[in-house]
Design a protein around this ligand. Structure first.
Ligand code: GAP
Length: 453
């Protein structure tokens, strides 16, 4: 990959996509705020996901469940107890790190996802692995670090008032399975999707918005009868791939990786990760997991509620199985932005930074540009008309070349320039961001023109 994370991040900060969280107070480690352009891109991405996986799906419906949930949810899901990272400290420099990452950084071909603390510890000792910070070989014992954020509900802060911020949106879907199925009289197969915030007290938040402690997920839980012959896992892998094509993510920049048995999460029978080639290395972008009947079974056991589904044709009660495609909004945005970022030579002594974002995602689809101050009134009127149909920006300062570059830098696919002839011939110049080609288009045809391209 050509560009470093640092240069892409600098560009995104200066252009108003992302700011450091609490910046005027020196920030809060790894918290980021989406600025005016970032939030437009984010909303476009979330809307497209919603359209693709929910609104236009033959099978799926949406949900918006609470962040705070009954603690038994996390007992049933396995998050209380299992959802912890193996941590150790270097006794010399006091650096804290994940034991599994320490091994994988030294032995990149190894995957220690399913290893016990004893196995991790024995391996570190046997291979005499050193602290990446100070080189010492003296570590504390490994202990589990709870990844869920804890808070208290109500006025008294004691053990009984402890609640957790959800670490995934999925559980809100499982506990509502029966509500949704009954109230909408849904027949299998069907899915429930939601977009919402999740929180994980990650020990090593890293790489800008790739891994943060507060993040948003877009998750679909697709319920089906496991006796069906259809390969629903493959179906959802295909749907995710179609979505990545829809948002113009370059296929050569991502790959599909099947988890081996030792890496599978405690709930999963099979998982394929779509991994993106980020500038800091290849990393998980989108996970597609076969969760079997793990979640509904566990919630039936712990809640003592009947979560089975009655097949009215066969009169048989079954516990549906689940396929789950799950992705982080910020992580997907980072891939989209990195894919789109280009520095191009325009002439012998000029380069331009251009974000080649899909028009479906770009913060603005059209910039309206008056060629001269005298044309402001008519150009502004055109901007107001286009604004009713498209996401537009009005850009009236600087010379025309500067304005084109500014729009390239924020990914606006089209600039519409209103010049002195426009008032008489009722045509404007439309400039294409990627080809930089210009053409005259009748104002009356503009809407159809943009819908067609
Ligand atoms: N419900 C399943 C689940 O949450 P996961 O692999 O832990 O599975 C799913 O997370 C997706 O959520 C990941 O593929 C990633 O895109 C995103 N994600 C997970 N942890 C994240 C974090 N700390 N920061 C940003 N995104 C994260």
């Amino acid at each position: 990959m050509q560009y470093t994370l640092k240069e892409v991040v600098n560009h995104l900060k200066t252009q108003g996509f992302v700011f450091q969280g609490s910046e005027i107070y020196g920030g809060l480690a790894n918290s980021w705020d989406f600025g005016p352009l970032g939030i437009e891109l984010e909303r476009n991405l979330k809307n497209l996901w919603w359209q693709h996986f929910i609104a236009k799906s033959k099978y799926n419906v949406g949900l918006d469940s609470s962040i705070l949930m009954n603690n038994n949810v996390w007992k049933a899901s396995g998050h209380l107890g299992n959802f912890a990272d193996p941590l150790l400290d270097c006794k010399k420099c006091k650096m804290r790190m994940r034991a599994d990452k320490l091994i994988e950084d030294n032995y990149p071909k190894l995957n220690c996802g399913g290893w016990s603390n004893e196995q991790l510890s024995a391996f570190i000792t046997e291979k005499n692995i050193s602290c990446p910070n100070c080189g010492a070989h003296d570590f504390t014992d490994i202990r589990q670090f709870e990844l869920m954020f804890k808070t208290n509900q109500g006025v008294i802060e004691d053990e009984k008032s402890v609640v957790y911020l959800r670490p995934e949106t999925a559980q809100g879907i499982f506990v509502n399975f029966k509500n949704v199925q009954r109230s909408l009289r849904k027949k299998l197969p069907f899915g429930i999707g939601q977009i919402g915030k999740s929180f994980r007290n990650e020990i090593t938040p890293e790489n800008f918005i790739f891994r943060t402690r507060e993040f948003e997920q877009m998750e679909l839980e697709f319920f089906y009868d496991s006796k069906e012959k259809i390969d629903w896992f493959e179906y959802w892998v295909q749907e995710v791939t179609k979505f990545l094509t829809l948002i113009n993510l370059k296929a050569e920049n991502y790959l599909f990786r099947e988890h081996d048995a030792s890496e599978l999460a405690h709930y999963a029978k099979r998982t394929i990760d779509i991994e993106y080639k980020f500038p800091f290395g290849t990393g998980e972008l989108w996970g597609i997991a076969d969760r079997g009947d793990y979640d509904l079974r566990r919630h039936s056991e712990v809640s003592k509620q009947d979560l089975t589904y009655l097949n009215q044709e066969t009169n048989e009660k079954i516990l549906p199985h689940v396929i789950e495609p799950s992705v982080g909004v910020g992580r997907l945005m980072l891939a989209v932005l990195y894919d789109a970022y280009h520095i191009e030579k325009v002439s012998d002594n000029e380069t331009r930074v251009v974000l080649k974002l899909s028009p479906l995602l770009a913060p603005y689809q059209i910039a309206v540009i008056p060629l001269s101050k005298q044309l402001n009134k008519a150009a502004y009127q055109l901007y107001e008309e286009l604004l009713m149909r498209f996401q537009c920006i009005y850009d009236k300062t600087g010379n025309i070349g500067k304005r084109y570059r500014r729009q390239d830098a924020i990914g606006t696919p089209f600039c519409v320039t209103f010049d002195f002839e426009s008032a008489t011939d009722q045509k404007v110049t439309v400039r294409n961001r990627d080809t930089m080609q210009q053409e005259r288009v009748a104002i009356a045809n503009l809407e159809n023109y943009f819908i067609a391209v």
